[in-house]
Design a protein around this ligand. Sequence first.
Ligand code: G6P
Length: 367
Amino acid sequence: QLIDKGNHRHFMAKEIYEQPIVVAQTLRGYLQRLEEKVALPIPEFDLSTIKRVTIVACGTSFYAGMVAKYWFEQFARVAVDIDVASEFRYRAPVMEEGGLMIVISQSGETADTLAALRHAKAEGQTIAAVVNVPTSTMAREADLLLPTHAGPEIGVASTKAFTCQLAVLAALAANLAKAKGRLTSEEEREIVVHLAEAPAALNDALSRDEAIEAMAGAVAGARDVLYLGRGTDYPLALEGALKLKEISYIHAEGYAAGEMKHGPIALIDENVPVIVIAPSGPLFEKTVSNMQEVQARGGKVVLISDRKGIAAAGENCLATIEMPTAHPLIAPIVYAVPVQLLAYHVAVAKGTDVDQPRNLAKSVTVE
Ligand code: G6P
């Protein structure tokens, strides 16, 4: 298979732009569009007895798992334990019988995640693996393979694998909810409709590229950047900070917006850009009030939201990235795009090696 950058300067840009297609490709395995039903690739797998879910992963894949925790709890009402693999494998985790362990990995080879998988298997857990490489070790050792169809990801910083993981995990949460009798057919139909909207919404989000490029200079000069979000946008804030530090080498932190007053607010001044991820939804007003606390202390805000005009109204607004309207279920998938593009353009502005950042490896197969 010939892999090139196409018309893009970097693999990362190409892979960001592939997301509408690869997410659609991935969802195809999990949705029956015509019947308006969700489905797993292995239909005989019985999810109804699952009492507890344990999610383990590293890096960007871990943040996909954090988003999924909100979905599993909300839709399926199943308790979820989540940890990074390097902690999980050494902390004597308690796994009840009948539990489902979900490992998430682009490569399917990350050493810590694989060790966690083997540990859980030995403890009698059923293993589901959300992996992008179907021939990988994790894919082979899992009981239930849940493939992402992102295609080869070359950029070291993960992008399209992340959104494909989210698509699979949303579908899995819906399947789990259904198996537990918690979804009416109308609710199931709505989930299918909203998930199916994701590729078009991703396309819309990509149309903000130029606007994001134009404001990247305002972030490129910073020494520290803070990302804030609530609910499923909290892991997205963590992912945004990770992307930025990975490829631009700017120190960045992601924080739960409501937790900001317990620490990071002390850092706020005019030199620390604060990226606020705030799609409209039940937590919108709460996040905006945290944003205003930042602005009141002289902090410069970049608001990523579909609520028109809101940031322009506030003082100390560096920029607004106006997003297309997206249903809350797919918002984490759609809002991944501006977060990735911002990191990308800041890194390009700084002249770093975007696809091969220093000290990082695409696949970490040693502990
Ligand atoms: C490395 C990569 C990241 C990736 C992480 C987990 O740190 O640089 O992009 O998110 O490993 O990799 P995995 O293949 O398990 O998803």
